[in-house]
Design a protein around this ligand. Sequence first.
Ligand SMILES: *Cc1c(COP(=O)(O)O)cnc(C)c1O
Length: 364
Amino acid sequence: MEIACNRMDRGFKRYQEEFETKTLEILRSGYYILGKEVSAFESEFASFLGIPYCIGVGSGLSALQIAFHLLGIGKGDEVIVPANTYIASVLGVTLNDATPIFVEPDKFYNIDAGKIEEKISERTRAILVVHLYGQAANMTEIMNIARKHNLRVVEDCAQSHGASYEGQQTGTFGDFGCFSFYPTKNLGAFGDGGALVTADAKLADAVRVYRNYGSRKKYYNEMMGVNSRLDELQAGLLRVRLAHLDELNAERKRMALYYQEHIINSKFILPEVRTGAEAVWHQYIVRVKGRDEIQQKLQRKGIGTMVHYPIPPHLSEALRYLNLQKGSYPITECYADEVLSLPFYNGMLEEELQYVADVINSFS
Ligand SMILES: *Cc1c(COP(=O)(O)O)cnc(C)c1O
C-alpha cells in the first residue's frame, strides 16, 4: 500500500460541490479584496472562538509580525519563545528586531511553563506561546506568569484551530491570537491567509488600519502600514471549511485514537494530551531513536512520513547571529532528532491507519 504523509485532495473532495459553488459565486461577484466574504468570515471565526474581534491578514507569519509590531515590541526588547517550534513563530519576533529568548519544551512539546520565569529579565516584554501540533500549552500557568510580570502574551495558533484549554479556545487567552490558513492547517484555505483575533477594540482597530497601508479611508493614511489582506476568494472558501471544522477535527481525534490504540511497539513514544487540553491533532507525532533509519524503512513499505522539525530555530542558519551553540537546548535538540510525523489527514481510511500501525508494530 502507498500512503502519503499528507493528502489535500481527500479533504477537498468531501466538500467539492460547496467549494466549487462558492468559487464561482465569488469570481462572478466582481469583488475580490476586502468585501463581504472577508467581513463575514471574520465575524464567523470570531464567534466560533468566542472572542469579539477577528481581522483577516495575508498569512500566519504576517499575523505574528503585526501582533508584535502593534504591541510596540521592537529593538532592545526580549520575547520569551518556545525553543521547540517552527521557525516562523520566532520570525514574528525577529522581524520586529526584538530578541527571542528560548525556553525548553515539556513532554507535550509545548513551552514548559515551569521554565519561563528564570528567563525573564528587565528587558522582557512578552511571551510567545505556540500551541504546537494542535495541542494547547499550559495557559493557566502562562497567563499567571504574564500577569505577575506585566508581560504581553501572543499566541501562535497556526496549528490549533479549535483546540481549547479548560474549555477556552486557543487564541483567546493573550493580547493577540495569530492564525494561519495555509492549506495544510486544520482550517486551511486554497492559498495563503491568516488572521489576528483579540478582545481589545483598540488593538483590533489598529490591525484593520495597519493591514491596509495604514489607511481607514481610501487615500488618507494615518499610520505607516503594510499590505497584508485576506482576499475574498480565500475568505469565502474558509467560510465553507469553517462550517465543517468541528467535524473535521472530530475525525482527526478519532484517527489519533486509532493510532493510540493500535500502535504497540515500545520503541515508539506516542503523544500524550495534557489534562484540561482538547487537542485538534494538527500532526500525529511519535518519537523514536534512530529516527532517520526508521523513516527510510517506512518509506520502503510505501509509508510517507515527515519531520516537524529537523532543525530547531536556535540552530538554524538564519538565527546564527544569536550565537547559540548546539547543546544549549538539549530537550529541543533531542526532539528534533527523534520526532516523526506519521501519515495523518482528513479522509484517511481505516485500512490506511491500520497498515501504518501494522508496519510499525512489525519493527523489532
Ligand atoms: C504554518 C505556521 C506558521 C506560519 O504560517 P504561514 O501562514 O505559513 O505564514 C507559523 N507558526 C506555526 C507554528 C506554523 O505551523
